[in-house]
Design a binder for this molecule. Sequence first.
Ligand code: NDP
Length: 489
Amino acid sequence: MAEVTDPATTNDSGVPAPSDEYSLTVGAGGPTVLHDHYLVQKIQHFNRERVPERVVHAKGGGAHGFFEVTTDVTGLTKASFLAKVGKRTPIFARFSTVAGEQGYADTVRDPRGFALKFYTDQGNFDLVGNNTPVFFVRDASKFQDFIHSQKRMPDTGLRSNDMQWDFWTLSPESAHQVTILMSDRGTPRTWRNMNGYGSHTFSWVNAGGERFWIKYHFKTAQGIENLTSSEAKAIAAEDPDFHRRDLFEHIARGEAPEWRLEVQVMPFADAESYHFNPFDLTKVWPHRDYPAIEVGRMVLDRNPENFFAEVEQAGFSPANLVPGTGLSPDRMLMGRIFSYHDTHLHRIGPNYEQLPINAPKVQVHSYNKDAPMAYHHAGKQPVYAPNSYGGPRADPELAADLGWHVPGGDLGRYAQELHAEDDDFGQAGTLVRDVMSGADREHLANNIVEHAGDHVSDAVLDRVIAYWTQVDRALGHRVAVGLGKSQPT
Ligand code: NDP
């Protein structure tokens, strides 16, 4: 067996370190001297070793893998990474809770982030989704208030169920997502056992210029498995890092988890006359209207070598769209397009996209330059456009923005454009009545009662019962009985 020789410690400049144990002092009992540069460097670096944690999705874990195309979708998109059956694209995935901070327990009731970075041959494509197909609010201007209501009270620094139910019951558009959150899907057994959804409506355009509205669904090959509320609480006490550990250990053992990507495809013209607004993030598209078609598979088969470098510093942004893929008029998506890049600029720095975990696998030919920690640069490339000295030139044909018709109107703050059957409670009611099993409904009612029964004021509780009665009268009744209150007629 080869002899293991530990390397000599160095400082950050690579110079051999004087000691792993003793600082430089005047005699054995004397003071430490300021010119012990090695000690000073250790203290200074330690004091700076955290970047700000994410305001949301702070606690997570991630893994590398690949995406492989299994179906010819070239009739729907010209995206190069989807151009050929069998084509593989490296990816990085990060899963997370939403409201908890770093160190929070993995199994608490919360949606789970499902963020993907595809390192395609046309630059990075990021799909920054959740494990639910819908969301609590439909307008980006309510997002910050929503998150504040799920985080901590300003005075006590404690989380508050009263604050959560106060916000939800005053925001009826939350009903669909809260129904899923309060079901056992709010406590997935592992990250491997949950689906991922792009959630928003996105768009694709094919080589002929034909456009489609798209919903992305990643279906777990491991099968959906959830925890009951009491199982989730027991695991939180035993092993707060349960989900992070589960993913890492399975991949380390060679048990690579897999998901099947399916899309729902809506012809562009359908959107205007569809019976509800298809860009509303609180709604799904029923499968009977737009059946899902398989596109490919995603496999996670390699753990990060370093958590901080690859998971903590990973920066995803739904603005990262490659040719052939695009946005939709979803108001939450539009807010997120700005928000993600902005938060990484603050959290990691203006050159966060130069870090290996974020860097595209293609050449970058940008006119952005310099800023702290600039590493990649374009040498003596001209720093302005247009120029006559060989700098890059935008090719609008290559990157055509995937637009849509916007009817004229006066600038103002409007409620979402109404379609015939827009309502806040319908799909939540369908889920409860037509999709859930009897056991699912019982767990849902119990989970609501358990959560709303914990330090929620009487005035808010009355609204809680009215809220669930509007989702489903029988469910509202169970919640009222469970909370020892009467149900409104
Ligand atoms: P379908 O019967 O065709 O689809 C129902 C879908 O619900 C399933 O495909 C499954 O999707 C998901 N599901 C199954 N059990 C549960 C559960 N206990 N909690 C949450 N979701 C569950 O009907 P529709 O397409 O008409 O949708 C009916 C309702 O199903 C919707 O109002 C929505 O609440 C829910 N749903 C619909 C989805 C869609 O994209 N159409 C996606 C997810 C939920 P999956 O395998 O993706 O989990």
